[in-house]
Design a protein around this ligand. Structure first.
Ligand code: ADP
Ligand code: GLC
Length: 484
């Protein structure tokens, strides 16, 4: 099978969140099962730099762009996945975050940027870029690629299309003048096409026009059909429920395993757990906390936004101070939440370690050095850090939602007894239930044998791509044969 995988991020080229982890590892897993899958990405400066050697293989003329866009070819580092970079300096040659300018606001021309990217993807998909290669399926990811299935629907002999929702809360919404500027078919400005409450919605391109929609966990696939999680799109998703499924993300254990991780202080496995303590010491040092092997450390890494429930942790700071624990938080995001965290760290430097930055290496050390990992997300399409935490013997404390619900087994009398417990799950995204779960973790932590069993059960879980990539492959096969 020939597949074109379109995404706006892929680790290690460019990353703001889990989308990059998935786009950097799923194509590799598919490639390993002998399919020809090629990755296409905007040529952000960081991506160009990290891709190493690339060469120009085509020039594509596109509406909305005075000069032809260059298509560069290289390889996704350390894989056999061919990489295409869409090089339009006017759109993508900007430093830093791919979506947000230095002032913290979205780039004002995001619609134009990702419409251009979508058009380039379509040209490659329709074999009009002169590559002499024609994919049978295009796999699109999140709103940045939402226009791809819509544009392909205009083609007579098009490939099959799959649209993966990594996060329904980010929809790519733009105003009416923008819609006019993009030169899209006029009838797309309607409720059953791309209009959403008086706005142009990029994500609706994927939701309305793709042959199949999937999300990154079975639970989230159910949740988004309800008003609570559907972000106003629940009606459309309910309507398409026969073409909607959930496939849990996998983990690239080459990058995320404590036994081979070059980014942590000391490598360890489930048989050498005492070495994890060296990471704890290094983590305490990195966050300026007193070095104490006995105090339990609760860690958190993530985008600092409401989705992640970071405010629930902030609400609990007085109660956490009353308990024997340290808290370490690494993240960047919303300014007010960042400031509240900084303040807490400055007020209690011996208890709360806070680093407001993006640091890939430190995120690995945090997984390795913490005793437990907090993930009180209000919603979580899949979530990767709880999966990493399991592997690092750092039991996760999670809200019962989305991929968190699909990957963590709550430690209660029955599951501790039968040896299936892997973490702590609480029912409502509120401070009280989160605190109860933290207290349950603290109580179990005082029983070293049972805590060790919990760690080891988590470390044994297999969330590698093997199963999930096979599920994607089944879906690809089915969609391609339906198109024939
Ligand atoms: P989301 O995609 O919603 O941000 P995920 O749990 O799927 O959440 O993935 C987040 C990814 O981004 C993880 O690999 C996590 O380690 C990484 N990450 C998030 N914030 C930071 C940060 N400040 N420093 C380093 N890595 C981060
Ligand atoms: C999104 C979601 C996250 C998911 C990631 C990768 O950013 O918020 O839950 O793990 O995409 O699919």
């Amino acid at each position: 099978m020939d597949i074109l995988f379109a995404s706006s991020e892929a680790h290690p080229l460019i990353k703001t969140g889990g989308l990059a982890d998935v786009s950097g590892s799923l194509p590799r897993a598919i490639r390993n099962s002998k399919q020809e899958i090629r990755l296409i990405l905007p040529a952000y400066p960081q991506a160009l730099e990290r891709a190493g050697s690339v060469r120009e293989i085509a020039r594509i003329s596109l509406p909305g762009c005075d000069t032809p866009v260059r298509l560069l070819q290289g390889w996704l580092p350390h894989t056999r996945v061919r990489l295409y970079l869409v090089d339009c300096p006017a759109c993508f040659k900007r430093p830093g975050n791919p979506y947000v300018g230095p002032d913290g606001h979205d780039w004002p021309d995001n619609a134009e940027r990702f419409a251009l990217f979508a058009r380039a993807v379509c040209e490659v998909a329709m074999d009009r870029a002169g590559l002499d290669w024609r994919p049978q399926l295009v796999h699109c990811n999140d709103w940045q690629t939402g226009l791809v299935p819509a544009l392909l629907s205009l083609e007579a002999d098009r490939p099959a299309t799959l649209f993966t929702i990594h996060n329904l809360a980010y929809q790519g919404l733009f105003d009416w003048p923008t819609f006019q500027r993009l030169g899209l078919p006029g009838d797309w400005w309607s409720l059953d096409k791309l209009e959403f409450h008086g706005k142009l919605s990029f994500i609706k391109g994927g939701l309305v026009f793709s042959d199949w929609i999937n999300t990154v966990s079975p639970r989230y696939a159910q949740e988004i059909r309800t008003p609570q999680f559907g972000c106003g799109l629940e009606g459309l998703l309910e309507h398409r429920k026969d073409r909607l499924s959930g496939i849990l993300n996998g983990v690239d254990y080459r990058t995320w395993s404590p036994g081979r991780d070059p980014l942590i202080a000391r490598r360890y496995t489930s048989r050498t757990l005492r070495l994890k303590l060296d990471n704890k010491r290094a983590l305490q040092a990195a966050f300026g906390l007193p070095e104490d092997p006995f105090v339990p450390i609760f860690g958190h890494v993530g985008r600092i936004v409401e989705q992640k429930g970071i405010d629930l942790i902030l609400d609990l700071l007085p109660q956490l101070l009353e308990r024997h624990l340290q808290l370490v938080i690494l993240g960047t995001g919303q300014a007010t939440l960042e400031q509240a965290l900084r303040d807490a760290g400055q007020r209690h430097p011996e208890r709360f370690g806070v680093r407001i930055e993006y640091d890939e290496a430190l995120s690995h050390l945090l997984e390795a050095g913490s005793d437990a990992f907090l993930m009180p997300s209000r919603f979580e399409p899949c979530g990767l850090n709880q999966l990493y935490s399991l592997r690092y013997g750092t039991p996760p404390v999670v809200h019962n939602t989305g991929g968190l619900a699909d990957s963590v087994v709550d430690a209660n009398t029955a599951t501790l007894e039968d040896g299936t417990a892997t973490g702590f799950v609480f029912e409502r995204a509120e401070p009280g239930p989160l605190l109860d779960a933290i207290d349950r973790a603290l109580a179990l932590y005082t029983e070293p044998d049972r805590w060790k069993q919990l760690m080891q059960t988590g470390m044994r879980q297999d969330f590698s791509w093997t199963r999930s990539a096979a599920a994607y492959l089944d879906l690809y096969t089915r969609l391609v044969s339906e198109r024939r």
